[in-house]
Design a binder for this molecule. Structure first.
Ligand code: UD1
Length: 424
């Protein structure tokens, strides 16, 4: 547990990370906060980084701190694995005393993992304002734990930062007032843009024998961890059959999530991937820079992850998503993504499509420009400035003076008011 931080006159923000896909979203926001402070902008922000410990292996957590230059977390709740209820409950119980001790002005959560929802619920029950970055994504599939986390978080968070206008529309349809929705872009792409050059120095292609004196050998990259793909033996076995057929055409590199590795062993499917020399190569999860380099040179990416669909779009690499739906439809309409489900025939058809794709110029959805975090931080500062005239620590009896009710009072903040300030 971290040491108590003295309250500053500025804005105290707790930023939450829990699982692998959170690290690349928080990194640019922390950096933007640093720049905001360096430039002497107001209010000064005092960030506290809390890691819930949902992911704890070196390959799933620490290596990302190293690659992304993230500071060590100020506080680690060390909750670890468990059932959904157990994990969510453990995060809530461990986070509550931190909030009571630190008394932040705002809790900022990202993405859709169990830690996102758990920290949002805990903060809101203490009447602390919550900002959700990557709000409004919807797959429409309530069997996905992430969809439940997204909808529940967005329903109660105060400030919803979205990655595209489709997400805005989902939120409006769910009855969220416009003055809580801010389309500022995709922070995950901020991280990709920042590290793309540096990732080219990775030697992962040579280490895996994919590039040598004769040049680059075509290959596919696979990631798989969704319960709907890996928890049922029949489904996982059918996916393995498809992969074996693909591997006759091009090697399949599979940085394997610990949950999937456990299922392969449990279902006796580990033999499908037989070691380093095989054309089906199961390897440990990779760090950010190695994985970015591996993806950027692939002929095709097969995945059930959310973020990888977005990264593939920016890299211009054909992406086959082994799901029936996506919460990121813009990667299909504007990007390189195709939904192929988890049936052998559709996966193989998808690979045919991918191999026919000529490498055109990748499209960039609006505001996926590497500056989303900067805009989010400035928006938060603006919201705080507008409220601090009325709600300051000094004139409030409560320790959570700029709480959600205050921040959302219509006389205090409306989108009209924000735009009129902007146009000054
Ligand atoms: C979680 C997120 C998912 C995200 C994924 C990225 C939820 C509901 N799901 O899924 O949205 O795409 O992270 O990886 O929050 N394990 C380890 N070491 C670790 C972490 C996990 O061995 O460092 C194993 C444990 O056996 C654990 C299992 O993986 O039970 C699942 O981990 P968990 O965090 O519960 O969910 P993910 O499947 O990783």
């Amino acid at each position: 547990m971290g040491a108590f931080k003295e309250t500053v006159d500025g804005m105290k923000i707790i930023l939450v990370v829990g699982a692998r896909p959170n690290f690349m979203k928080i990194a640019p926001i922390l950096e933007a906060i640093g720049l905001h402070n360096e430039k002497g902008r107001r209010p000064k922000m005092d960030p506290i980084l809390v890691h819930t410990g949902q992911h704890y292996d070196h390959t799933m957590s620490d290596s990302f701190f190293e690659d992304l230059g993230l500071p060590r977390p100020d506080i680690n709740l060390e909750v670890g694995s468990g059932s959904h209820a157990e994990q969510t409950g453990k995060v809530m119980m461990a986070f509550e005393p931190i909030l009571q001790r630190e008394r932040p002005d705002l809790v900022l959560v990202v993405g859709d993992v169990n830690s996102t929802l758990a920290c949002t619920l805990t903060a809101k029950k203490l009447n602390i304002a919550v900002a959700h970055v990557e709000a409004g994504l919807r797959s429409g599939d309530m069997t996905m734990p992430e969809e439940i986390n997204r909808k529940a978080t967005d329903a109660i968070a105060d400030f919803l930062f979205t990655t595209d206008r489709i997400a805005d529309a989902h939120l409006v349809k769910e009855g969220i007032p416009n003055n809580r929705i801010f389309f500022e872009g995709n922070v995950m792409i901020d991280t990709l843009v920042k590290h793309r050059e540096r990732s080219k120095q990775s030697t992962i292609l040579e280490t895996l024998g994919l590039r040598n004196g004769q040049g680059l050998h075509p290959y596919a990259v696979l990631t798989l961890h969704r319960p709907s793909n890996v928890d049922e033996p029949g489904t996982l076995s059918r996916i393995c059959e498809a992969l074996q057929e693909i591997s006759l055409r091009l090697p399949v590199i599979f940085p394997c999530h610990p949950r999937t590795r456990a299922r392969l062993d449990q279902f006796g499917l580990g033999d499908c991937f037989d070691g380093d020399s095989s054309r089906m190569r199961l390897i440990s999860p990779l760090g950010y820079l190695d994985f970015l380099q591996l993806n950027s040179q692939a002929s095709v990416i097969l995945t059930d992850s959310g973020g990888i669909q977005e990264e593939a779009t920016i890299l211009g690499i054909p992406c086959l998503t082994l799901r029936e739906n996506t919460e990121r439809p813009i990667t299909v309409t504007q990007g390189t993504n195709r939904l192929v489900g988890n049936k052998k025939e559709t996966i193989l058809k998808g690979v045919e499509w991918a191999m026919d794709q000529a490498g055109g110029t990748p499209q960039r959805p609006e505001k996926w420009d590497g500056r989303a975090a900067e805009r989010i931080v400035e928006r938060l500062a603006q919201i705080d400035r507008m409220n601090s005239a009325k709600f300051t620590r000094e004139n409030s009896a409560d320790w959570a003076p700029r709480n959600a009710a205050a921040l959302l009072g219509h006389e205090v903040i409306t989108s009209d008011l924000l735009s009129s300030q902007e146009s000054r």
